[in-house]
Design a protein around this ligand. Structure first.
Ligand SMILES: Cc1cc2nc3c(=O)[nH]c(=O)nc-3n(C[C@H](O)[C@H](O)[C@H](O)COP(=O)(O)OP(=O)(O)OC[C@H]3O[C@@H](n4cnc5c(N)ncnc54)[C@H](O)[C@@H]3O)c2cc1C
Ligand SMILES: NC(=O)c1ccc[n+]([C@@H]2O[C@H](COP(=O)([O-])OP(=O)(O)OC[C@H]3O[C@@H](n4cnc5c(N)ncnc54)[C@H](OP(=O)(O)O)[C@@H]3O)[C@@H](O)[C@H]2O)c1
Length: 469
């Protein structure tokens, strides 16, 4: 890396993984990297903007770290540019020494049961995107007027976010950056009860402790846990959970909920265990009206206890279902993809050929599209370090094993920008994003909210165009 020409890296995706990778690459006075980041939306930050719940503003402040990376003189942001549509893998390999894929897991895992697509049944991915103002989901129709009970399938933190958002009190919602279209619908909601359903027991739930505790502190909702069901779920000893401090604390919290007298709030969140949905059922109007479930028992499996159906059935009447059983990666054009796990196959961040397993020189991966859709924001920092270390090792190996390094034909910053502007005249630079950001914050300040989100791409482009060169 002592060449006069800088080493040029393209990062695809501007979520935590992409920004941590960029930050690691640009760190230190000796860095000779130039980083260009490509993002399909005009706006950066991935799920920090469009996933993290609006009533958790402190978590969103992690973007201050990413802003520092973006201010680096050798960093450029190309928003509103979709990899595979505006620019291809081969074109980027021509212009960059390495590509780092950081595209996350934007899709949902299907339940695979009848009725899954009935009106009233929503993937958490789309509901979360809707309340957070993701432009892909602004048109989602969420009918919170026709049903008093909603069922949330899944026992992870996304299930908790969805349940909480459905019962927040007006005074809890008002000071958030929830998209205006969602504020209106949530404010008029008639949903009184949200039943959160886990297929395994309380000790196997994927909740984290602060999120579970927060459910017990809501202004308008009681949290209800049936003691007998809780203890039934704990009857089979789970050595793995016993060794896990988070799981042990979750069980303690759930036991306090089971013993607590409801405060008589107008809404309730009911936590249920050992139940798997088997069908979503339509009423006469064709709209979802009930969830059929089967009771499970816990039996030893390959990786801990697994749920096994008993013959016992249960039906919960509900006009809404939110499927929060995990996100899923989608393939990028001409990039290897492992369809079973929904990730780009890789060896410690080096992209590998899906069939031969051979490493592809110059291609790397980071974040959820590397390891699957789990882990909090901070997990991506360590993960990005592993990928950046692989890049540094491969570049250092250049003097010995040239095969480990990819040599671009035209590593020229201006040539890339010219190509992109030709393909996407409505490209949004970082300055363009800053104009959108200022506008959102100014509207927010006037309303006592962190920001009022712009949710239409058209409006984002107009705001950006006014300010960017
Ligand atoms: C609902 C929800 C709430 C969460 N809340 C928290 C929380 O409170 N605290 C916490 O620590 N963690 C939270 N997490 C986890 C955290 O958001 C993830 O760990 C993290 O966002 C994963 O980072 P990523 O960069 O891999 O993916 P993402 O954040 O999804 O970023 C991927 C980026 O790539 C872009 N992209 C995709 N395809 C293309 C393409 N073809 N071309 C160009 N760009 C593309 C996307 O638009 C996106 O901006 C939450 C996750 C979810 C789903
Ligand atoms: N506040 C926060 O910090 C926050 C907020 C949101 C998300 N996140 C993080 O983001 C990541 C993703 O969260 P997530 O909730 O999407 O995923 P998750 O933590 O993996 O939870 C998924 C849940 O879905 C269940 N599930 C999977 N398949 C199922 C099926 N077919 N039927 C019934 N249940 C099924 C799983 O049960 P099994 O265990 O039985 O498989 C699990 O309870 C996590 O790391 C999470 O911590 C963090």
């Amino acid at each position: 890396m002592t060449d006069a020409t800088p080493t040029r890296i393209a990062v695809i995706g501007s979520g935590p993984a992409g920004f941590y990778a960029a930050g690691h690459l640009l760190k230190g006075p000796d860095s000779e990297f130039e980083v260009d980041m490509f993002e399909r939306l005009p706006t950066p930050w991935g799920l920090v903007r469009s996933g993290v719940a609006p009533d958790h503003p402190k978590i969103k402040s992690v973007t201050r770290i990413y802003e520092k990376t973006a201010a680096h003189p050798r960093f450029r942001y190309f928003g509103n540019v979709t990899f595979g549509l505006h620019v291809s893998r081969e074109e980027l390999l021509r212009h960059y020494h390495a590509i780092v894929y950081a595209t996350g897991s934007p899709s949902d895992r299907p339940l695979g049961i009848p009725g899954e697509d009935l009106p009233g049944s929503h993937a958490a991915t789309e509901f979360v995107g809707w309340y957070n103002g993701h432009p892909d989901h602004t048109d989602l129709e969420v009918d919170l007027l026709s049903a008093e009970r909603a069922v949330v399938i899944g026992n992870g933190n996304v299930a908790i976010d969805v349940a909480r958002m459905l019962v927040l009190a007006p005074q809890e919602l008002a000071p958030t950056d929830t998209a205006d279209h969602a504020l209106e619908v949530l404010g008029a909601s008639r949903v009184k009860e949200v039943v959160v359903v886990g297929r395994r027991g309380p000790a196997q739930a994927a909740f984290t402790n602060p999120e579970l505790l927060e459910l017990g502190e809501l202004a308008d909702a009681d949290v209800i846990v049936d003691e007998a069901e809780l203890e039934r779920g704990l009857a089979v000893h789970d050595e793995q959970a016993e060794q896990d401090a988070t799981a042990r604390r979750n069980v303690e919290i759930l036991r306090t909920y089971a013993q607590r007298e409801p405060a008589g709030h107008p809404k309730r969140i009911v936590l249920r265990f050992l139940l798997s949905p088997t069908a979503l059922v339509a009423g006469e109007n064709g709209h979802l009206s009930a969830v059929e479930l089967v009771r499970n028992e816990l039996v030893p499996g390959a990786s801990g206890l697994r749920a096994q159906a008993t013959g016992e059935q249960e039906t919960i009447d509900a006009g809404l279902v939110f499927r929060a059983i995990g996100y899923r990666g989608i393939p990028l054009p001409r990039v290897p993809f492992d369809d079973r796990s929904g990730v780009i196959p890789n060896d410690g961040g080096r992209v590998t050929d899906a069939e031969s397993g051979d490493t592809l020189a110059g291609e790397y991966v980071v974040g959820w599209i590397k390891r699957g859709p789990s882990g909090v924001i901070g997990t991506n920092k360590k993960d990005a370090q592993e990928t950046v270390d692989a890049i540094l090792t491969d570049l250092a190996a250049m003097n010995g094993d040239a095969a480990a390094r990819h040599s671009p034909e035209q590593p020229d910053a201006e040539a890339v920008e010219a190509l992109l502007r030709e393909r996407q005249p409505e490209l949004v630079t970082y300055q363009g994003w800053e104009a959108i950001d200022r506008h959102e914050r100014a509207l927010g300040e006037a309303a006592g909210r962190p920001r009022v989100k712009v949710t239409s791409i058209e409006e984002m482009l107009r705001l950006a165009a006014d300010e960017q060169p």
